[in-house]
Design a protein around this ligand. Structure first.
Ligand SMILES: [Zn+2]
Length: 368
């Protein structure tokens, strides 16, 4: 039975129809016109073994087929070349590249959230200088000269005293400062260090204002720490201060329990454990029930069921004396929240450095 050239022709045309690249076309050419094992050359071989009467006719058909294949492939090569974009041209049929959208950093989101929670409770948000003097950072807060926090090991002192020019102006009321005569005197003290906590703002604000006081003071603070899993030389705190007549520990607890529920959900519970701070008495470390295990104990809370979130206490009478308040008449509470620490607990991050590396793969995983 002589091979049917027509069958090969229709198979070839079908394959040619599906070719869309020069590479595929080259493969098709090799398969049909290749000298060794090509369809046309094996066709010729078969014809050589055909009965003598048919050979001539079949040979003509096969040659004709070979010419057809060559021509069809050449035409398709030209057609593909015509479709090619000139070098450097723009292919307007390509889908667009999505533009990455900027958004707030997780630490900024958390700071904004804290400001929001406290604004709802009637707190003003104030900012103060990052370059501080020893008086506002330590002395007035009842931290004596021999206290370990004042050691060169912990505090970044400036080699030259710097005049602190930024005023203690509450953001909500920028004109109030002009009326506070005492504030102006204090502000011109030379700064000698980078503030180690935001607590200095308690002093600055009380120097410029009379009670009642209800403020938070968010901002950067600095310590002489090397970068590791839980330390950075710069991090963020939110200081809180409430002063009025007859403020009690119950007010402090109620406020912070509300804060923890707002941050960690309505089922969050708080634990207050006595501790020591020079500027508060009594003082407490505050723990929130572990949101991973609900308090049952898990690796996140080191099997205790509790996570330490912040420090707080009732304002020490010595602090009131430093700013000229009557400790017999006024009482108050203060607290300090580390924003990074809070973010690590809330988002389950165990390396503080992740917040500073600006790695989008990390940042995009955190909620907006
Ligand atoms: Zn747990």
């Amino acid at each position: 039975m002589p091979p049917s050239v027509d069958q090969f022709r229709s198979a070839f045309l079908e394959e040619l129809h599906h070719v869309s690249t020069e590479r595929d076309l080259q493969r098709l050419r090799d398969r049909y016109l290749g000298r060794k094992g090509g369809v046309v050359s094996s066709l010729m071989k078969q014809i050589a073994g055909a009965p003598e009467g048919d050979r001539r006719r079949l040979g003509q058909l096969a040659n004709q087929f070979k010419t057809e294949v060559e021509r069809a492939i050449d035409e398709r090569v030209q057609a593909l070349k015509a479709l090619q974009q000139p070098l450097g041209s723009v292919d307007i049929s390509l889908p667009g590249r999505p533009v990455a959208q900027g958004r707030r950093h997780p630490l900024v989101i958390l700071r904004d959230r804290l400001e929001e929670i406290f604004a709802e409770m009637g707190y003003a948000s104030v900012e103060g200088p990052e370059i501080e003097d020893e008086y506002h950072n330590f002395e007035a807060l009842n931290i004596p000269p021999d206290h370990p926090a004042r050691d060169m090991q912990d505090t970044l002192y400036l080699s030259q005293p710097v005049e602190v020019r930024r005023a203690t102006v509450p953001l909500s009321d920028p004109f109030d400062f002009a009326q506070g005569g005492r504030a102006v005197e204090q502000i011109n003290r030379p700064g000698t260090l980078l503030r180690t906590h935001t607590s200095g703002m308690q002093i600055r604000y009380m120097e410029a204002h009379e009670p009642p006081i209800r403020i938070i003071a968010p901002g950067r603070v600095y310590r002489r720490d090397n970068l590791d899993l839980t330390h950075t030389p710069m991090f963020h705190q939110v200081e809180g201060l409430v002063v009025d007549e007859s403020i009690t520990m119950a007010d402090l607890k109620g406020t912070l329990i509300h804060l923890l529920k707002a941050l960690f959900g309505p089922d969050a519970r708080a634990l207050f454990r006595p501790t020591f701070f020079p500027y508060t008495e009594p003082s407490a470390d505050v723990f929130v029930s572990c949101h991973k295990c609900g308090g049952g104990g898990c690796p996140v809370c080191k099997r205790t069921g509790w996570l330490e979130v912040l420090g707080c206490g009732m304002v020490h009478p010595a602090v009131f004396e430093a700013v000229g308040y009557d400790p017999e008449r006024y009482s108050g509470f203060a607290f300090g929240i580390g924003i990074e620490r809070l973010a690590m607990l809330k988002y389950g991050v165990d390396d503080i450095r992740m917040f500073y590396e600006n790695d989008l793969r990390f940042l995009e995983q955190l909620p907006q």
